[in-house]
Design a protein. Sequence first.
Lengths: 267, 471
Amino acid sequence: MRVEQTLRLGHLYPKEMNLYGDRGNILAMVRRAQRRGIGLEVIQIQMGADGADLAASCSGFFIGGGQDLDQGAVAEDLIHLKGPVLRQKVAAGAPLLAVCAGFQLLGMHYLTASGTRIPGLGLLPIHTEAGSRRLVGNLMVSADPSLRLRDPVLIGFENHSGKTYLHEDLAPLGKVVRGKGNTGQSREEGAWRGSVLGTYLHGPLLPKNPELSDWWLRVALHLESLPALDDSLEQAARLEAMAVAQRTDSFSRFRLLGRGLSTKRGR
Amino acid sequence: MAGPDLRLMAAVGASRAVGATSRKLRLGGGTTLPGDFARALDPGVLRKLASSVRAGVVLVTGTNGKTTTSALLRTLVQGSGLRVGGNPSGSNLLYGLTAAALKWADVRGRVDLDWLVLEVDELSAPQAVAEVCPRGLVILNAFRDQLDRSFEIDQVAARLQEAVLGLSPGAFWVGNADDPRVASFESRGTAAGVTRTLFGLNDPGIGHTMLPAVVDSRSCPRCRAELEFSLVYYAHCGLYHCPQCGFSRPEPQVGAETVQMKGPDGLDMDVVGQAGWRAAVSVPLGGLYNAANVAAAMAAATAMGVDPALANTSLAQFQPSFGRSQLATWRGARFRLMLAKNPAGLDENLTAVLALDKSPVIAIALNDGVADGRDISWIWDVDMERLGTTPRLSFVVSGTRASELALRLGYAGVSSDRISVRPLPAEALSELAGRALPGVPVPCLLTYTAMLAWHSLLVRSGSGTPFFQAT
């Protein structure tokens, strides 16, 4: 068996899909690989036909969140130019991690508020419907044990108006502990199957959830586990974020109760 | 002749009482509550007050620089002998605008001012324009700010565009030629009596040739193709053109030339008007974005009839606004408080600090309150990597998300021994006071509510000017 010397991380649409600190996700994977002596090269995969060849050379992929105006063009490019290669790669076990709008794009379709059905890549049996209110706030999730994360608590921030529904028996990434999640009702967050994982968690996702960076790395390397690292900075930031999530979530419930009394005010 | 407007008089009277009570009970500085009451009693209060300002109202909006630019503009107008008021506390939603106008009103609801220069929140700008019918509107830039509130920069730009289209005949608007979004705004045009003045930086000796790692907007506002930049001043502002549709940076009518930075808080420049004037000015502000703010204020002031020849004398009286390069002393140590509330702002402040500051220690405080934006993911878009490669510097991180900052710095390559985590303002200030060099101010980069907290600590111990001043 040939062991890859250097991993190639395909960063899909870094210019268009970078809304919520997604640069931090790339940085996290690079640093965690580096600290273990694993070479990791970041390949920027832009819009256009030449991206397909680049994608064919990658060991795995990441796609972040984007602005509304950019997403139509990205969806077109993703389906028609990158789709065939990505399908092949993922079928062969290459990890694909998708955040927010990237997560939505992996689904079967997106139903806009006016009823238009925009097709997605179809890598995950999910679909998203435009919602009338945004689901915004700190988000804390207890991850699916089958993912075998050492610490199953995932922490971050969500900001989406699309509601994502899972089809068939697709497993969510985890259960919502604090926050809204896929629909605001299902208490489920994200989705995963095989080497494809999508989530609404940003903040960015990976620096505060090193277990997910390691998931990507071990799937890319076809390894069962990776050597542990000193994560004290990560742990401190996680604890701080969890405390905030607990505080702000109970605050929002309290606010809901007292809605009649509260007055709406910005800063 | 119509009789006195009793409803307006009631609103003015009630707001006075509320303001006084609010200050007495220390509920706040009385910068919004009186506005709330007055608007409840007379929903037309702001429109009526605005219409009684002798020359008119000028609104200043945009993501970054509102407070400083409106303060610069007031200084310029005041220096030409006119009576001008505003909302210097930065309370910039409609309630705050109303409260500011009320402060200058007599009992009958007439505002005794020549000009009222108000900064207004970007998202409130269209409604503010509709209510006050301003004589002038200044649009500084459209960056990302408080993602969980404004959501996306496209929406912010759409609101600003709406504000421009809402201007009445006889009005002028001033826009940033260097910001492609702002420069692309449509207006009703001179035929409809709306004039446009663009400002910008005209100095090939400043700026750089690469866009920052993550910029808010690099696509053409007209055709969405990727813009090409021959020069970048800050964030996505610079000299650009679109290879697809040909949209390019228009020539500004008011440009800042020969910009010189004099230490971390001083700028010299020549501001040049296409109309044939040139003014050499100095301001106690650092950072290139402040050169743009000066150009914006000069463009607006000249549109208001102020003689540019008076500018430098007037600006000699300029005092930085609350937390904008404001100096304070505490336990013998000097601090410079700088507001850094979004990626563009923090990035620019870091550039200024790294270029010109002598302090071996820098404070950064990140809060995630509602007024700061609960979503702090933006700090990952700031180019902190350059801090990793500056080993002479160490950092005190503070705020409700101090540990997140520590993690960010760690990923930027700053070793742990150079990072000290002090979440509470008092403990951060104490440590900084112990490590500051004599006479060298410690740069403190703070989000909005962190600024309030640090400022109140410094004021309580007797240094600095209080936030809620009478004017």
